[in-house]
Design a binder for this molecule. Structure first.
Ligand SMILES: Nc1ncnc2c1ncn2[C@@H]1O[C@H](COP(=O)(O)OP(=O)(O)O)[C@@H](O)[C@H]1O
Ligand SMILES: [Mg+2]
Length: 278
């Protein structure tokens, strides 16, 4: 029998968390009770390679945002590790830490709260270059990124309130791209948008993964939008990864009860995207 070894190249994750556990302490039940704690994340493994879009899906309260905060270095896990490009993000030199902060950028759910209403779009785009001390021709970078996200340069002089939700999320994505990151972590990036414009933002993210060889971590509670955007999906429930698979496998052969619930939720909503994901 021919052994089928060595055919699949080993995965070389760019950003990876291993065995991450995070607990928050709860108020004591009484003065004499032992302090209690609540595990938000339990032994989580999660990673993304360059040029790959991976998804994380789970119901509200499952632990998705906490995972995001740990993956991006905003929060330190109690146990477990996070590596970027092979380097433990909590053990590197100051220069390695600065490089990590440029290389991993976030897109949040609501661009109206992530963009300063008093700042023109041009200044909002330049701001990360200043705060991350990135050198070079900043205006040239602004025009390059506007082109990548399909925005007209006239946007630079305008204020956030002059844009629709979909355009604003495009601006928030542009801002995240400014430091030329290698990984984008998007936490519910279309959940606040009308269904009719969600697809435009999802398509933009897919194009960026392909054109820039970006690693994308796409997080949502809706399996259909995650399936549409990514090639591998982890299902999280109660702080644990309960299933990992390709989107089509999760839809057609869900194993975990939590995955079945997410599939049922999509099928009852009858969203247009659900069909295209299959
Ligand atoms: N700083 C915190 N202190 C205590 N509990 C928290 C904290 N942050 C999140 N939680 C709890 O952790 C759980 C997971 O939250 P979160 O990661 O925001 O989930 P999701 O993004 O999937 O909705 C929730 O029960 C939430 O109330
Ligand atoms: Mg969340």
């Amino acid at each position: 029998m021919i052994q089928n070894t060595g055919e699949q190249p080993a995965r070389r994750p760019l950003l990876a968390m291993q065995q991450v556990t995070q607990a928050y302490s709860l108020p004591r039940a009484s003065l004499f009770a032992a302090p209690d704690s609540f595990k938000v994340l339990d032994s989580i493994d999660f990673d993304v390679c360059a040029g790959e879009a991976v998804g994380l899906v789970g119901e509200s309260g499952a632990g998705k945002t906490t995972l995001t905060r740990i993956l991006t270095g905003m929060e330190r896990p109690q146990t477990g590790t996070v590596h970027f490009d092979g380097q433990d993000i909590w053990a590197g030199t100051t220069e390695q830490r600065a490089q990590f902060r440029r290389s991993v950028q976030m897109v949040l759910q609501n661009p109206r709260s992530s963009l300063d209403p008093r700042m023109r779009v041009g200044s909002a785009l330049l701001e990360p270059l200043r705060s991350l001390r990135i050198e070079g021709d900043h205006m040239a970078r602004v025009f390059e990124v506007l082109d990548q996200v399909g925005l007209d340069p006239s946007a630079l002089e305008r204020f956030p309130h002059e844009f629709s939700g979909g355009q604003l999320q495009r601006i928030a994505i542009a801002r995240a791209l400014m430091p030329n990151p290698k990984v984008l972590v998007a936490d519910e990036p279309v959940s606040a948008l009308d269904v009719s414009i969600q697809a435009q933002v999802l398509n933009l993210l897919k194009d960026l993964v392909r054109d820039l060889q970006l690693g994308l971590v796409f997080i949502a509670h809706d399996l259909s939008v995650v399936a549409y955007t990514t090639s591998r999906v982890s299902v999280i429930a109660g702080g644990k990864i309960v299933e990992v698979g390709k989107p089509v496998e999760l839809f057609t052969r869900p194993h975990a009860a939590e995955t079945r619930n997410l599939v049922d939720a999509v099928l009852t909503v009858e969203s247009g995207l659900a069909g295209s994901a299959l």
